[in-house]
Ligand binder design. Sequence first.
Ligand code: ATP
Length: 348
Amino acid sequence: MIKKKGSRFAGHCAAKENIMYCFIVNPNACSGKGRKIWKRLAGILRQEQVAYKVFFTKGPGHATRIADMLCTKYAPQAADAGMSGKVSGAKQAVQAADTLCTIVAVGGDGTANEVISGLHDYSAIGFGYIPTGSGNDLARGLSLPADPEAALAAILHPCAIRRIHSGCVRINGKDRHFAVSTGIGFDAAVCHETFRSKIKPVLNRIGLGKLTYLGIALKQLLLLRPFSLTLVLDDKEPVTFPAVYFTAVMNLKYEGGGFMFCPDATAEDDFLDICLIEKMPKLKILLLLPTAFKGRHVRYKGVHILRCRRASLHAGCPQPVHTDGEAAAVYSSMDVSLSKEKLPFIVG
Ligand SMILES: Nc1ncnc2c1ncn2[C@@H]1O[C@H](COP(=O)(O)OP(=O)(O)OP(=O)(O)O)[C@@H](O)[C@H]1O
């Protein structure tokens, strides 16, 4: 973590003068709550006289295109100011302080995922995140404030920047990104069904969105069939697990709305953490899942926690895949690695 106390980024007036804040807002996050939350945040920005721009997303993929456009716009300015190019250590810290544009994703994990996927040049930008979704595993994993107003205050008056990796999944020659995790099998099947769920918007509106995941998880557990999975970690010998229920490859500790599947995962190291669940009766999985909220599932037989820099996963038959809780499709093979550059993430 880079401490920014005493830098000009820490001074709240100076930060406002030097930085353009660009908010990418999913108004439909948490079934429409995103728009209401944004109105409150906009009020605070006006009150504090912060220079900002806001972009509302219109549908899947839009946040990525906006983030890409902003990076393209601000990177040349960084070059003019002599700030781009390869640097390291202390100089990187200074560059973070000289950031021209702070891009802030306002939404759930899916919106954060789309924004991070669109950022391609970190020389001129800082990244902030205001959680307004129903799962919020990114905020949980980085210990960001869960309250949107507190998260905004942390972004406007930051004292720390963490440089974090994002993950990259290559499937059929195409890359997808993730900030939290990617998974194959049961966890992804839950995401796939939640995506289609008609009950989720209703429960989200009354603050019970997590019940959707619970109900769907129970149903998927009944339907669940184990599959064989061959893992190749860091180009070592392949290892085949004959009866796998799911495998989560994680950049941060939590997925699925608070399951601490990989208690030691941190996005600041150079490793991916893997949680693989195999060969156990379904009743045991049912009893084991609540223990994962505290990361206590790791002590049970059939739970494997692994660590690597790169992983190739090959399932015996096509399985659902997710990235950051967003349903991808049904695939047999995927290659997972970490980004080369680390994203300057404002954590307040
Ligand atoms: N205007 C929009 N209308 C509908 N969907 C949108 C819109 N903008 C973005 N999306 C899509 O909604 C998906 C989910 O949004 P997001 O993750 O922000 O909220 P959520 O699903 O409520 O939260 P969580 O993922 O934490 O449960 C995004 O991946 C994005 O593709």
